[in-house]
Design a protein around this ligand. Structure first.
Ligand SMILES: [Zn+2]
Length: 501
């Protein structure tokens, strides 16, 4: 690799926060997933950073890694943790000789105890150091709260195009390629972002199949393909589980030095998204109705307890659906996962084959329900490690901490110490479970269960309590006080927010 043209700094913080969850994130959260300093980053071959590095390979620039920290979502990030990582990144950038550009693999919906827009804070801090002439290219999850500060201080922002998130690597490649065009071909990116306060859960927002979100995404990507002026387009579905001012979804368009074109295209697609806002509300079931209905089916039944999604920042310690299975279907073979560090430790101490009375669930985040007292048998104990098969953390190790499989009759419960992002049921599979043997499968995510269970037709989206509910109607926003069904009469022009760089 040549290294005579100067340095490209690379690094960042990538995680999603949930302000309705009591699940403070510290350095330990990142250390269980990815926490890399300096040259350790250069070893990454998967995920967004792997993609960024691969597309810089063979360029005349030297890659100067700073810090990269990513982890499964949680509540908010401890200030100390953020400030420590931020200081390390800024120090590296300050001390870099012949710096040409900065590449930032971020999420877009991270919040600390005192900072509502981590990404805006980080990008603007870097901008203050490097001045206005050097490009900053940012990649985000499409579930980002894209703010004015982020847009005004970066040269280009590109979001993932797929949900389930199959394309972090490809997005990293796109980010680096655009940066190389800026540096090597003198492209002048102009970026326009328009958004409206459209808040909805992820249930009807896959980018695959016939969802309204998928249709808008496909139209946008078609436009990008056909329109030579567009350098990049991103459709943003704001993570609705933070509570910040001016949250909204919309479209980012980047052109080569033509802000009017970027504006017109952005507005066209953002209006389309706004006009379709009522198509996103999902059909919901109480756990009781879902289980009664499911009992009549003669194939597997998925109970989607999405309000307790670790991948959206929940603790994963709800037992609301488990309680109803115990009441209504105690003899059916069923499987669920509950995060409970106290019970996990008790099981590890007692050992396999023993029986134990446990108080399970709602012990970490007590806002959403009460524990259930049950007698269980300890079937298996593991260290809780598994390897992701695809997605954001493809090929990296996930850590549930000390974990146990316990049973009460035919109901099987995976009890782990920590919550982990769910992708392809790696957590259950690490216990060698045959998932097709279960009549009722409780999954605690709004979308990624489709990676494993695309064949299952009996799917019930449950209306339970938790910090990641399937409908935003349940969220008690303080800053973001409006919710779109209440805004029936609002006109696009009246709710529109527009930012550009
Ligand atoms: Zn996402």
């Amino acid at each position: 690799m040549g290294n005579n043209s100067g340095n490209i700094a690379i690094g960042g913080i990538l995680t999603e926060c949930n302000e309705f969850s009591i699940n403070l994130m510290t350095k330990e959260n990142f250390k269980r997933y990815e926490y890399y300093e300096k040259n350790e980053i250069l070893n990454l071959t998967s995920g967004v950073v792997g993609g960024m590095l691969s597309a810089l390979d063979g360029s005349s620039f030297n890659i100067s890694p700073t810090v990269f920290a990513s982890c499964s979502p949680g509540g908010v990030i401890e200030d100390k943790c953020y400030f420590d990582i931020k200081e390390k990144i800024l120090d590296e950038i300050k001390n870099m000789q012949n710096l040409k550009a900065v590449l930032l693999p971020l999420h877009g919906a991270a919040v600390t105890e005192s900072i509502g827009d981590l990404e805006g804070d980080l990008i603007s801090s870097i901008r203050n150091i490097i001045g206005n002439d050097k490009p900053i290219v940012v990649t985000l999850d499409l579930h980002a709260h894209v703010t004015q500060e982020m847009i005004e201080n970066s040269s280009a922002i590109l979001a993932w195009e797929q949900y389930p998130h199959l394309d972090p690597y490809e997005t990293g490649v796109r980010g680096s390629k655009l940066l190389r065009e800026i540096l090597e071909k003198n492209i002048k990116p102009k970026m326009y972002f328009s958004k409206t306060p459209i808040l909805h859960s992820a249930i009807n927002a896959s980018t695959f199949g016939q969802t309204p979100f998928a249709e808008i995404m496909r139209d946008l990507k078609q436009e990008e393909k056909n329109n030579p002026h567009i350098l990049s387009s991103s459709l943003i579905h704001v993570d609705p589980y933070i509570d910040q001012n001016n949250m909204g979804g919309g479209v980012i368009i980047i052109t080569n030095n033509d802000i009017e074109k970027a504006k017109n295209i952005s507005l066209k697609f953002t209006k389309n998204y706004w006009d379709r806002r009522f198509e996103f509300e999902p059909k919901l079931y109480s756990p009781q109705d879902a289980i009664r209905d499911g009992l009549d089916k003669n194939s597997n039944v998925l109970l989607v307890e999405t309000a307790d999604a670790c991948g959206g920042g929940a603790v994963g310690d709800s037992v609301q659906t488990l309680k109803e299975l115990l009441n209504l279907a105690p003899n059916e073979k069923s499987l669920t996962h509950v995060v409970d560090p106290i019970v996990a430790a008790q099981c590890v101490e007692l050992g396999v084959g023993k029986e134990i009375k446990i108080l399970l669930g709602h012990q970490v985040d007590k806002q959403w329900g009460d524990p259930v007292e049950i007698n269980v048998k300890i079937e298996k104990i593991t260290d809780g490690k598994f390897i992701y098969n695809g997605g954001i953390w493809d090929k990296t190790i996930g850590e549930m901490g000390p974990s146990a499989l316990v049973t009460i009759g035919n109901i099987h419960i995976l009890v782990s110490s920590f919550g982990t992002y769910e992708w392809n049921c790696e957590q259950f599979l690490s216990f060698d479970l045959r998932l097709d043997k279960y009549k009722f499968l409780v999954v605690k995510n709004p979308m990624n269960y489709k990676n494993t269970f695309s064949h299952i037709k009996n799917i019930y989206i449950l209306d339970t309590a938790g910090p990641t509910p399937p409908t935003c109607k349940h969220l008690k926003f303080k800053k973001m006080f409006t919710y779109f069904p209440k805004q029936l009469d609002l006109k696009f022009e009246d709710v529109l927010l527009e930012y550009n760089n």
